[in-house]
Design a protein around this ligand. Structure first.
Ligand SMILES: *Cc1c(COP(=O)(O)O)cnc(C)c1O
Length: 348
């Protein structure tokens, strides 16, 4: 097998969902955010496992993603679309029973005209300035929107991963001011918001990254392991260079392992010359450039070169690797490429 192996622990995803579910009061429902192919891990097996664990509501970014969730789960669970109701979405929303979170007066009009009586929610902008109706727009729309019985009023926090950030409380106050007294179910918290405490939970929480083992949920069970097979090893003499642009030169004789896995697999190029791989418990430095399919690793200090080296695993979480790359775990996960050989643990 010459492709890198991405092991995805579906039982760990289910355990993380249950733990985040327990983090809020018993009357609070816990949804699951599975946009971007379940953060790159494969939406069908992930939603089936989460449904088995008890999840009944799912959030995706676009209607097309919602169709994939419906196909995997069949009728029953509610599938919410964060981008709302875009031009041309009506057939998908109707035929696959999707629930758009409407973001503007335009979307409200489109939805009520094309699919009268079809379930919808409303997304409000409480300070992130990204998606949703702002206060003035909501004030104008609220009377007839509430008349049409939305299933959810939601908003999203911009800085929930930083509990001390002042915007959290500002957004909370804005959300209350815009929704108090409506008697419509409400949702404000993603993973970070759940960790901010019960004031932020309302009726429904929407964890994404925490399910997949990422920050800011430090207590998460690890979900992914990325193992790269060693294709060959070679001895290089002091002064010899390795890889494109001769970016690394041996300062003493070295043993270099060439392993399968490169930027086309999601191992981004900014890891060049910086990342560490693991031979079991022993760290081995990545040397030279990350190329499309391959990386090179200094294994001079190993007694025996193993069949594969771990880039993500027990010694290096996806977030720690993201720190090295100068990015966040979300980005590394969603870049995991289709050609990786995916091994699922705990599939239902
Ligand atoms: C992505 C997203 C979430 C999930 O956020 P995490 O930080 O991954 O938990 C929840 N709500 C909205 C609106 C989102 O865009």
């Amino acid at each position: 097998m010459a492709t890198a192996i991405l092991t995805i622990d579906l039982d760990a995803i289910a355990a993380n969902w249950r733990a985040l579910d327990r983090a809020s009061a018993s009357g609070v429902q816990t949804a699951a955010v599975v946009k971007a192919d379940a953060y790159g891990l494969g939406v069908a097996p992930v939603v089936r496992r989460l449904a088995e664990a008890g999840a009944r509501r799912f959030f995706v970014a676009a209607a097309e993603e919602g169709v994939a969730v419906r196909r995997a789960l069949g009728p029953g669970p509610q599938i919410n679309i964060l981008s709302g109701h875009m031009t041309g979405d009506a057939p998908l929303i109707r035929d696959h029973d999707l629930t758009p979170m409407l973001n503007s007066l335009d979307q409200v009009t489109r939805h009520l005209e094309t699919l009268p009586g079809h379930a919808f929610g409303i997304q409000l902008d409480t300070g992130m300035n990204r998606l949703g109706m702002e206060e003035a727009e909501w004030e104008a729309a609220a009377p007839f929107v509430l008349e049409a019985s939305p299933v959810l009023l939601m908003s999203h926090l911009a800085c929930a991963d930083d509990p001390d950030h002042g915007l959290n409380e500002v957004q909370l106050a804005n959300f209350r001011a815009m929704t108090d007294g409506t008697e419509v179910p409400r949702s404000l918290a993603a993973t970070g918001g759940i960790l901010l405490g019960p004031n932020y939970h309302f009726d429904l929480t929407r964890p994404g990254i925490g399910l997949y083992g990422g920050r800011p949920y430090e207590g998460a069970a690890p979900v992914v392991r990325l193992s790269l097979p060693v294709i060959q090893t070679r001895s290089v003499a002091a002064g010899e260079a390795v890889g494109y642009s001769c970016a690394w030169v041996a300062d003493k004789p070295a043993l270099i392992a060439t392993v399968q896995g490169g930027y086309a697999d999601g191992i981004i190029r900014s890891l060049s010359g910086r990342a560490t791989l693991w031979a079991g418990d022993v760290p081995c430095p990545l040397v030279g450039r990350v190329s499309m399919d391959l990386i090179t690793v200094d294994v001079s200090h190993l007694d025996e070169v193993p069949e594969a080296l771990d880039l993500i695993g027990p010694h290096q979480s996806v977030d720690r690797l993201a720190d090295v790359a100068g990015t966040i775990g979300y980005e590394l996960l969603t870049r995991m490429a289709p050609r990786l050989n995916r091994v699922l643990l705990g599939a239902k």
